[in-house]
Design a protein around this ligand. Sequence first.
Ligand code: BMA
Length: 340
Amino acid sequence: MKEVKIIGESIPNMPWQARPEGHLKPLWRHSDNPVIKRNPAKDVARIFNSAVVAYEGKFIGVFRTETDTTRPHLRMGYSEDGLDWKIDDEPIMFIDEEGKPYQPRYAYDPRLVKVEDTFYIIWCTDFYGAAIGVAKTQDFKTFTILENPFLPFNRNGVLFPKKINGNFVMLSRPSDSGHTPFGDVFLSESPDFVYWGKHRHVMTKGGEGWWQNVKIGGGPAPIETSEGWLMFYHGVTGTCNGLVYSMGGVILDRDEPSKVKYRSRNFVLTPEEWYEERGFVPNVVFPCATLNDAETGRIAIYYGAADTYVGVAYTTVQDIVNYIIDTHEEVGDDATIGRI
Ligand code: BMA
C-alpha cells in the first residue's frame, strides 16, 4: 500500500464512522443515511446534490432545494455536526456586481469551494439554457453573482480549491439543452474569474466500465493529495429502465490537472440502498462535496440520492487512492494534456 497524505486543513470534528468490519468496498455509507430526508424544511419537498464546507468550527452548506413547484433553487443550511442540518426558510438572495438584486430563474447541483479568502458557489443556471453560474461570498450574508464563465450548454462546474500556476481552474461538462446523452469533462483556466481559456480535455466517458459509458461529470472540488488531485465524479449508463448514476474516482496530475494519472475502471459507489434506488429519479448517486481531515486522512462524501435525499459516505485517502491505483485503466487521451 502506498503512503498517501491529504494536503490541506484538518477538520477534527467532521462526521466520521470507521470502516465496518468485513466491509471490502472502497467507500462505506453513514449508518443513519439519508442524513437529509423528505420534506426537510418549510415549503421544501426534497433536498439533494448539495455542497457543504467547514466554517467557523461548524458546518455550512448550499443546498439544492425543490419546493412543491419542483423548480430548483438554492438555500443555505447550518449544522453543528455536519449531519443534522437546519435549512433556511428562504432562498439565497443574490445581487449583481453593482449591488442590484439578481435571482437566477433556476439553480441546481451547487458546489461550494473556498479559494484563498473567498467562497465560490458554482451551479447549473439558466443562461439561454443550462449553463454554469458562479457567485462569491466572504460572509455567507452577501452573495454576488459574477460573469457567466462559459457559453451554454454546460453543467457540473467544479472549481479547484486553489489556484494552479497562478490561475483559477474549473472543470465543466459541455452538454446540450436536455438530458444530455453524451459528455466528457473539460478544464479551463482564468487569471481573474472573468475570462476563461486554455481549455483542455480531461477525461472521456467509456473505458472498460459500462457504468460510465453514456456520460460523466465532475463531482466535489478535487482534494489535493501527495499523489495528485483526488476527484470523485459521476458516471452514467443507460438501461431499458432509464439512466443509472454511479460514482467514480480519479487522480489528476497536481501541476497539470488535465492529465489523468489514475482512474478506476470500477465505480466506487453505485445505487444499492433504498434511498438511492427509490425516489423522484431512481438509481442516482450524485456527489457534490467532501469534508477532509488532513491529519487523519478521513474523507466524508456528500451525495444526492435518487434526486430526493442527501447521503454521506466515508473513506480514507489511503484506502481510496490505493483502490484507484490498483484498479486503474487508461482511457482515451487520459495521459495527455488534452489539447489534441
Ligand atoms: C442530471 C442532473 C442532476 C440529476 C441527474 C439525475 O442531468 O440534472 O441534477 O441528479 O440528472 O436525475
